[in-house]
Design a protein around this ligand. Sequence first.
Ligand SMILES: [Zn+2]
Length: 420
Amino acid sequence: MRLLLQGGQVWTAGERAPFRADVLVEDQRIAAIWRDSKGTAADAHTDAHTDTQTRDCTGCTLIPGLVDGHSHLSFAEPANFADHGNIPPEEHVLITMRHARIVLEAGFTSVLSAGAAKPRLDVVIRNAINAGHIPGPRMLAASPELTNTGNLGDERMMHIYRESVGMIVDGELEMLKTCRLLIREGVDTLKLNVSGNHTVKGSRQDQTIMTDIELGTAARTAHAHGKRLAVHTRAADSILLALKHQADILYHLEFADARSLDALEQQKERIFVAPAFGLLHNTIFEAEAWGITRAKAEAAGMMQQFEGVLAVYPELKRRGVRVLVGGDYGFPWTPHGTNARDLEHFVKFFGYSPVEALTAATKTGAAAMLLAGQTGEIREGFLADIVAVEGDPTKDVRLLQDKKKLKMVMKDGRIHVPAA
Ligand SMILES: [Zn+2]
């Protein structure tokens, strides 16, 4: 199958500015990019190959498919984690499958999962997507959030057993067995809650709850199997501990101090980080309808997180640490499919230019997915993950939030938007 995307401009993610070009897609790959303002090369091609289909992209910018670096496709938009435990696995698979389609149709052709709500949810959805059985983004499947008794993800009470999005693991042996079990079941990434959280009474956001031996055991087990470790690290000590054990992807980092910033910079060739800012932003400013007033958010310590992010991420950018777009979407006030809002946040709050935010959401994201050289850029030979946006998102990234302006979402050369 040959499809010619004609008449648009192209932003490759390898160059700063978009340029006028026609793009030829052959099967699942980008076969040719003709930088030709008059389109004569493309015309010559279609004259020679009458079986080539064409698609008019006039007025659009073609950009690489977007990558969400902190995704929870199985988060079912509930108000709390215990609600996830109440969803039976069968329904939960269908919910996750639906989210996979919604996120793909929002222009995200790859997602790096930062935690599944049940052990095999990400794995089965990833496998079904890869097999072509259901629509969805390329996906690296995560474990549930591995946590400790009393830490983020433990919703039990003394008299009530409750499931949540966590698996509770205490001590070296439990960690070892749980990590090996999850790797056996097919996860790509082990997710660990190293710091506490503002939502947990006894395990605060600025405390490091997981022990050196637990984290080290998880890291050694993940790496022994060629898997990766992603960590929920808010506290400065948690960041240092995670880096000591070669964690691959670090989330949040709001309370990074001078020492942990230096440590992050030292490992910048190896690691990826993400603020997961969308959830924080909306919980403070847009969750009143769900009973989270500004006063409640402030009392929980969320303004400290907010101020932390605003100080830490421009600094990480300055130091050249690779920051991923991805905002913890999947809560009622951060619904799936609104993921592109994070790009606006990068521009508004972290000092990114629109092109830098787009690069974080494409080329950098693809590297974090271990797909550098295969996707994340519009280049000959790359997988055809292409989004056509009406207007120029290199000038205004907010265009990506408007579904009416997403004129085409293509993954692997197959068009998902508009629906066939
Ligand atoms: Zn998350």
